[in-house]
Design a protein around this ligand. Structure first.
Ligand code: ZN
Ligand code: ZN
Length: 361
């Protein structure tokens, strides 16, 4: 699998006239090798790839990356010297580097260690490959979604007036770990009432759930290591008419956006499908973020689904669809699912109920 991914990467070298690529992003190194450790750099050349690591990872590399050449850096050798040495030994003259990952200090030190090589700034080559998930990646995302779903059902059964946002977020995170996650894919958001008007609210230990309150929960699990990312809104007590009208608008927007997802459609069409519904309901300015984003090894990855994104959706992409309406002083509603683009349309991977009736706790 990893070898095939590296072959796809090499196929992208021609456009940039590269002999090799220095992969510094830990996530990208993991994607291209299967290695789950850190502090390691991969150099992919046309003929061969080598991973540069240190003595802490010798055993792990032989277990996780059989068949990949590993070079263990002697203690004290600067990474830039090691990279230059490997690049020369692989016959690389034009070495691409990930300009969105390397720091200025790392670039300067590499420039002086590799003054005989031409360093070529690249951006997002591996991230572009990562947009299309293979069967193994999709299976891992399904697992991460299932863990999130099971954990949310447990949270739902536990939630009651009197609990705090922080206690609920902690409960959810612990549940995901117990259900098989290595962790949360980001710190869970649990926001009650007016706090839900902040799309990225931080759970407050003093905010207590009331009897006629709404609860916004945005959460996800990290699996092996693929992630999930979901949002649901619940309500205690009687569903107020304002909540109902806002909720119905968001749900309709989300369903329309999901309907728009199929191969060949531009990402912006999906965003606009949701945005039109919310604008028509009178809440256009209150939907102040893009409708979704790719998900995989990172919780936010390419493609982003914005009103200006021209990227065409392709089978194998997994994206979130998460329109929302936020009313300062009142609260907010967002509904988020993870959606796989298939050959014929799409498949919603998450199945947490989202009808207005299902919001009642
Ligand atoms: Zn989310
Ligand atoms: Zn999201």
């Amino acid at each position: 699998m990893s070898q095939l991914r590296r072959q796809h990467l090499i196929a992208a070298f021609d456009n940039l006239d590269l002999d090799g690529l220095l992969v510094s992003s830990e996530t990208n190194v993991g994607y291209l090798t299967g290695f789950t450790g850190d502090s390691s750099t991969l150099i992919v050349a046309r003929s061969q790839s080598q991973i540069l690591s240190d003595g802490r990872f010798t055993t792990q590399l032989s277990q996780e990356c059989p068949g990949l050449d590993a070079i263990i850096r002697p203690i004290g050798q600067p990474m830039s010297d090691a990279i230059a040495g490997v690049a020369r030994s692989l016959g690389i003259k034009r070495l691409g580097f990930e300009s969105h990952v390397l720091t200025v200090a790392e670039f300067e030190s590499l420039s002086s260690a590799a003054s005989d090589l031409t360093l070529v700034a690249t951006q997002g080559i591996v991230e572009t490959l990562r947009m299309i998930k293979d069967a193994d990646e999709i299976a891992q995302i399904r697992e991460a979604v299932q863990i999130a779903e099971t954990s949310f059902a447990q949270l739902r059964a536990w939630l009651k007036p009197g609990v705090t946002e922080k206690a609920a977020a902690d409960f959810l995170e612990a549940a995901m770990r117990e259900n098989g996650a290595t962790g949360a894919s980001f710190p869970p958001i649990v926001a009650f009432g007016p706090n839900a008007a902040l799309p990225h609210a931080r759970p407050d230990p003093r905010s207590v759930l009331g009897v006629d309150d709404l609860v916004l929960v945005d959460w996800g699990a990290t699996g092996r290591p693929y992630k999930s990312d979901l949002t649901r809104v619940l309500a205690t007590g009687k569903v107020a008419s304002k909540f109902e009208s806002v909720y119905r608008a968001v749900l309709e927007a989300q369903l329309r956006a999901i309907d728009a997802i199929h191969p060949g459609v531009r990402a912006q069409v999906v965003d606009l499908a949701a945005r039109n519904v919310i604008t028509h309901a009178g809440y256009g300015p209150n939907f102040n973020h893009s409708v979704g984003h790719g998900i995989g090894r990172d919780v936010h990855e390419a493609p982003v689904l914005r009103s200006v994104t021209e990227t065409e959706l392709r089978p194998g992409m997994v994206v979130t669809v998460e329109p929302g309406i936020y009313l300062p002083g009142w609260g907010g509603v967002r509904i988020e699912d993870d959606v796989l683009v298939t050959e014929t349309g799409c498949e919603v991977l998450s199945r947490v109920p989202k009808t207005i009736e299902s919001t009642q706790i």
